[in-house]
Design a protein around this ligand. Sequence first.
Ligand code: HEM
Length: 225
Amino acid sequence: MTLMQALLDIIETETSEQSPNYGLLLLWASLSNAVPIAFWTIGFVLSQPSIHKAIMESISSVFGTAGKDKIKVSEDDLKKLPLIKWCILETIRLRAPGAITRKVLKPVKILNFTVPSGDLLMLSPFWLHRNPKYFPEPELFKPERWKEANLEKYAFLDGFVAFGSGKYQCPGRWLAMLEIEMCIILLFYYYDCRLLDPLPKQRSLHLLGVQQPEGQCQIEYTRRT
Ligand code: HEM
């Protein structure tokens, strides 16, 4: 049984009418953010030679230099590769969703304003992540800033809200991190990669989900022997 089937079974005990909607939502939520973040992380790493070199060295130190052997990546291996995790988080910071929305159920007072019930309140992870109070030199790709986060205790940096917050924050966040870590380790272990195009800019005015690229970006990859 797949995870999707198991979830739909649970939902169907509540309401069968809504299960196609939930199924589509789950597919969208699980793929439409994790896939572009894997793309952007690979792009950021390949466009910064010193970071690319450091990642290749760390992968070699854990799995050996050539990409010939079949490898299995364990939790212990991942602990030895923190730079990859920091690069993913730094990518998510820079390409975070444009907005997260909540409907106001009871009037809320914010400073001198009262937001009436029925209104929508929006938080922009994209812009909050560009506040230098939380992220000095916010436009720069600086994976080392994530050294300060207590990731062992599953805590992000203050001001990082790419996965939302509170009761409805993204339940797939740690799975997403794992999937993207595995994708990057396997890609860089088996293939030498380089960018053929400059890294595209993000498309403007993208509100829902993480940012998409403005144009194509070709990558050359050759099997490591
Ligand atoms: C880098 C990847 C991802 C990002 C940036 C991301 C981001 C988000 C955000 C911003 C929300 C809304 C949170 C809120 O309203 O406070 C959300 C919700 C959700 N995410 Fe993710 N997500 C990612 C990956 C995933 C994956 C891999 C899964 C599933 C395997 C997933 C499943 C969900 C679900 C089911 C919700 C709805 C939760 C609810 O409304 O109760 N997400 N995600």
